[in-house]
Design a protein around this ligand. Structure first.
Ligand SMILES: [Mn+2]
Length: 328
């Protein structure tokens, strides 16, 4: 099916629903928040009642972007809206499970479900699935949605979508940055996005405690396989000592990735029942999505994640050993 007819079908479904609820993945990042809220505001601006449900608190650094009137957190409100015939649209979320427990367990209440995403590992969990692995960010797709339907943007929507693209491309540094990505970003700036303000909010407001955490984590750096693989970790104890939250570990994987000679970076953080691993590849020949899928995770070729339920030493050894296989 051509992209424009998928977009038209999504818009028709939204127009014919009493209300749209936009949801996204757990541990929301700038693309998750930017694309979900950007879509909700875009629909709202065009006469369709739309709100975003989040099952957890939003990262502090994203709060400046958020229109609080369009966001809700209560499960009973979600259930009520779904029972009243709301359409459920999930953005930037590869699997039904990653929508989070609350959405997952009420999923079948939705009149219809739509899945808009750019993860190569997307499981097509919706009744209607619009998945574009070539898109740098889901926010880039939401811009395409708006453009294809000739909908109007405003500066709030443009800022949200720009933030999603900026973050998912590592400030236009990663291999997913295409000509289209830059053209869309330029159009977003013309529509009122403010690049300096967004990067200031996202990257240049790092609290001191986060740098204290980063310095602790840097001491754990291990380089393996002639320095081609880099690993670093953060334990719950390190979070406690510095007063940080798990969201504060964001960006650590990029520090490993930035080391000369490193082709694959792994950042490991302790979670309740094991370790969450973020993987990044700097070498276009090395696909960390398939590496992650070996461990039951997924993502993109250059950026993926997975979980290991084991102790720290075993987890690190497992990653180190297995990563030898993907070096080319
Ligand atoms: Mn994304």
């Amino acid at each position: 099916v051509a992209e424009s007819s998928k977009i038209a079908a999504i818009y028709d479904a939204a127009k014919s629903s009493k209300e749209v609820i936009v949801v996204t993945h757990i541990s929301p990042d700038a693309d998750a928040v930017g694309s979900s809220l950007g879509l909700a505001l875009l629909l709202e601006k065009n006469g369709i009642e739309a709100n975003c449900f989040f099952s957890e608190k939003l990262p502090v650094k994203l709060l400046s972007l958020v229109d609080k009137n369009r966001v809700f957190f209560a499960e009973d409100e979600l259930i009520e809206k779904l029972n009243n015939g709301a359409l459920l649209i999930g953005v930037d979320c590869a699997t039904k499970k990653r929508l989070g427990e609350v959405v997952y367990k009420n999923f079948s209440l939705a009149k219809a479900t739509i899945n808009i995403d750019h993860h190569a590992s997307n499981e097509n969990w919706g009744e209607l699935n619009w998945v574009v692995p070539d898109a740098a960010a889901t926010a880039e797709m939401i811009f395409g949605f708006s453009n294809s339907l000739s909908l109007k943007l405003n500066s709030d929507i443009a800022n949200l979508l720009y933030a999603g693209i900026l973050d998912d491309t590592g400030s236009f540094c990663f291999s997913n940055t295409s000509g289209k990505t830059l053209r869309v970003s330029a159009d977003l700036i013309d529509a009122g996005a403010n690049p300096a303000e967004i990067s200031n909010n996202l990257y240049f407001q790092v609290p001191e405690k986060v740098w204290r955490l980063r310095s602790k984590s840097l001491l754990t750096l291990r380089l393996e396989h002639q320095g081609r693989v880099g690993l670093m970790f953060v334990t719950q104890e390190m979070l406690n000592e510095t007063g940080c939250l798990s969201e504060d570990t964001e960006g650590l994987v990029d520090i490993i990735r930035s080391i000369q000679g490193v082709e694959v970076a792994f950042f490991v953080r302790e979670i309740e029942n094991g370790f969450k691993v973020s993987a990044r590849s700097k070498n276009p020949e090395i696909d960390v999505n398939s590496f992650a899928s070996f461990f039951g995770g997924g993502g993109h070729k250059a950026a993926a994640g997975f979980t290991i339920v084991d102790n720290l030493d075993t987890a690190l050894d497992l990653i180190t050993k297995k990563s030898k296989d993907i070096l080319v």
